[in-house]
Design a protein around this ligand. Structure first.
Ligand code: 13P
Ligand code: SF4
Length: 330
């Protein structure tokens, strides 16, 4: 079947089945175009919860589908590919427990730790955080959530993205450290786990200097998963939806160089937009989902032979929901 055939079939199945398709901004264009809703991680979690269809097909990465299932356990959540975010895979429950133990060894009591996990983490990690009185954040609300966490008077243990944790610390004039970097965690307000996004590590200050030399009036825009020195040298730092909004409000002739995933940057606008890297910043797992996969998963609903359904252990889901709900309360 050609892509055109898949598109026709997907539209037919969408019409026939009680299904909603959502897609993250990093999905391939042809998949993205098939979605009923698109958004950043926070928006997609919110939209999916409000949606009343019994089936939801999530075009994105594993933790996104899991979050919907946790928030709406009765909904049947399917993913065309159970593709895992590489950053989310950098920490599991055992790594989390080891990190807490390391802090205890360094003289910080467990009761004095407020854990915050970036939504880019497994249900298991979210559950551990929920059990310890902590909460979830996304790239669009991380500052707000950390501010709230600090009100507890405890030290923040931020997992898994060290860059997001460090960037918020800089923004708020706080101190941060990364577990294992040799510094004393007792001296830091925000203690970060040593995780990162390999796609957002591609952007460097040299890339910013290159564009500023070439186009002195250019605006440099980056995602908070980029390195702290890159975010500090940028004109704007925001989540994917915040980046889109910021660029839409600029005059068309304004040149911009954007430090985030290629599919989003390429879709922003065709002129005066540059990728902030000489290497194509593609997220391998986001790019795994194809039109054929989307068709197959919809067809499995039609044939009543469901494939790639997202399922989460009940006890894990219960505690992960506590951590997610605490974020939504704020
Ligand atoms: P957003 O929540 O900003 O869409 O980010 C998700 C993500 O995975 C960025 O790499
Ligand atoms: Fe995960 Fe990075 Fe891909 Fe975002 S871009 S889904 S953080 S690997």
């Amino acid at each position: 079947m050609t892509n055109e055939d898949y598109k026709k079939e997907i539209l037919r199945l969408k019409e026939k089945l009680n299904v909603t398709i959502v897609a993250h901004f990093y999905q391939k264009d042809e998949v993205f175009d098939m979605a009923d809703f698109s958004g950043d991680s926070l928006q997609l979690a919110q939209m999916a919860v409000q949606d009343t269809n019994p089936f939801l097909v999530f075009c994105g990465v594993g933790f996104m589908g899991q979050s919907v299932k946790i928030l709406s356990p009765k909904k049947r959540v399917l993913m065309p590919k159970i593709a895992c975010c590489a950053m989310a895979r950098m920490i599991d429950g055992e790594h989390y427990d080891t990190s807490v133990k390391l802090l205890e060894k360094a003289g910080i009591k467990k009761d004095d730790i407020m854990p915050i996990t970036y939504i880019n983490s497994s249900a298991e990690v979210k559950a551990k955080v929920g059990q310890m009185g902590g909460l979830v954040c996304t790239s669009s609300n991380a500052k707000k959530i950390i501010e709230k966490g600090l009100k507890s008077g405890k030290k923040i243990l931020f997992v898994p993205d060290k860059c997001l944790g460090q960037n918020i610390a800089i923004m708020m004039g706080l101190t941060s450290c990364v577990i294992g970097d040799g510094s004393d965690p007792k001296d830091a307000d925000i203690i970060c786990y040593n995780g990162f996004c390999s796609v957002h590590q591609l952007f460097d200050v040299e890339d910013i200097e290159f564009y500023r030399d070439k186009y002195p009036d250019i605006k440099i825009i980056s995602h908070p998963e980029c390195k702290p020195e890159v975010c500090e040298a940028s004109d704007f730092v925001g989540s994917t939806s915040q980046i889109i909004k910021y660029i839409k409000e600029l005059p068309k002739e304004q040149k911009v160089a954007v430090g985030t995933e290629f599919n989003l940057v390429n879709r922003l606008r065709k002129e005066n937009t540059y990728v902030l890297s000489s290497t194509k910043p593609e997220c391998p797992t986001m790019n795994e989902t194809t039109l054929e996969d989307l068709y197959n998963v919809l067809k499995s609903i039609e044939d009543d032979k469901i494939v790639f359904e997202v399922l989460v252990d009940e006890e894990v889901a219960k505690w992960a929901k506590v951590a997610l709900d605490r974020m939504f309360e704020i």
